[in-house]
Design a binder for this molecule. Structure first.
Ligand code: G3P
Length: 226
C-alpha cells in the first residue's frame, strides 16, 4: 500500500520525507489555503522536494467540466506528468473525468462519501478514487467499510483503479485498510507520526540503551567498540 501525506506545508513535508517511507503528497484547495501562499509556488516547491517520481495530487476548483479540464491541462503542464489531477466525483466531475481519460491525463476521483460515487469515478477511468473515511464516520456511517466496499466493487468490475483513501483521524483506520489491501492512503503528518507513537516503544529503547551503556560506557555505541 502506498502512503502519501495530506499537507502542503513544505517544512512538514521535508520532515516526514526524512523519517518515513512516503510515496507522494496530496493537496486540496483548503490545504493550500492554509499556507497563505501562491498555490503554484507552493506546489512547485513540493515538486522539487519529492522529485519527479513522487506522485503529487492537485485538485481542480472549477464548477464546470470544460473549465476543470482546462485547469487539469495547466496543472500537469506546470507540475509534470507524475501529477494527478483531483476531480470531485459529481456529475460535472464525471463529465470532466471522461474528457481527461480521452486526453490521457492522469486523474483521481475525490470527495467520495458513498460506494457508488467511487465506483462511478473508477468507471470513468480514475487511477485512484478517494473516500473520505473520517468525514463519512462523522456522518454516522462507517468510513472504513465504505472504503472496503469501493475496493471490492472496483475489483469486482475489473476496473484498473484503486483507492487513495483520505481523511483519517487515527492510525487504526489506516491499518484496517492496509490489511484489506487497498492501493494507497493519504494521511496527515500527525497520523503518520502516530503510527509509531507509543510509550512502550520509548521505554523499551531506553532500557536497551541503559543496559548497553552500563556494559560499555556512557555515550558509547557498537560503532565505538573493537
Ligand atoms: O484531501 C481531502 C481529505 O484528505 C480531507 O481530509 O481531514 O479534511 O477530512 P479531512
Amino acid at each position: 500500500m502506498k502512503m502519501c501525506i495530506d499537507i502542503a506545508d513544505v517544512a512538514q513535508i521535508r520532515h516526514i520525507y526524512e523519517f518515513f517511507p512516503v510515496d507522494g503528497v496530496s493537496t486540496n484547495p483548503s490545504i493550500l489555503a492554509k499556507t497563505g501562499r501562491n498555490p503554484y509556488e507552493v506546489l512547485k516547491e513540493i515538486r522539487s522536494i519529492i522529485g519527479e517520481e513522487g506522485e503529487l495530487f492537485v485538485q481542480v476548483t472549477a464548477k464546470k467540466a470544460e473549465t476543470m479540464v482546462r485547469e487539469a491541462d495547466r496543472i500537469v503542464k506546470e507540475l509534470g506528468d507524475t501529477t494527478l489531477v483531483k476531480v470531485p466525483s459529481t456529475p460535472e466531475g464525471f463529465k470532466a473525468m471522461m474528457m481527461l481519460h480521452e486526453e490521457g491525463i492522469r486523474f483521481i476521483g475525490t470527495a467520495i462519501y458513498t460506494a457508488m460515487q467511487g465506483w462511478l469515478a473508477a468507471k470513468c477511468g480514475a487511477e485512484y478514487v478517494a473516500p473520505y473515511v473520517n468525514r463519512i464516520d462523522n456522518m454516522g456511517f462507517d468510513g472504513v467499510q465504505v472504503s472496503k466496499d469501493i475496493h471490492d466493487a472496483i475489483q469486482g468490475s475489473g476496473f484498473d483503479s484503486g483507492l487513495l483513501a483520505a481523511s483519517f483521524k487515527n492510525s487504526q483506520q489506516v491499518l484496517e485498510l492496509a490489511k484489506y489491501g487497498v492501493k494507497a492512503v493519504t494521511v496527515a503528518p500527525d497520523i503518520i507520526e502516530g503510527l509509531v507513537k507509543n510509550a512502550a516503544i520509548d521505554a523499551a529503547i531506553h532500557v536497551f540503551t541503559e543496559d548497553f551503556e552500563g556494559l560499555c560506557g556512557k555515550g558509547r555505541t557498537m560503532a565505538d567498540l573493537l
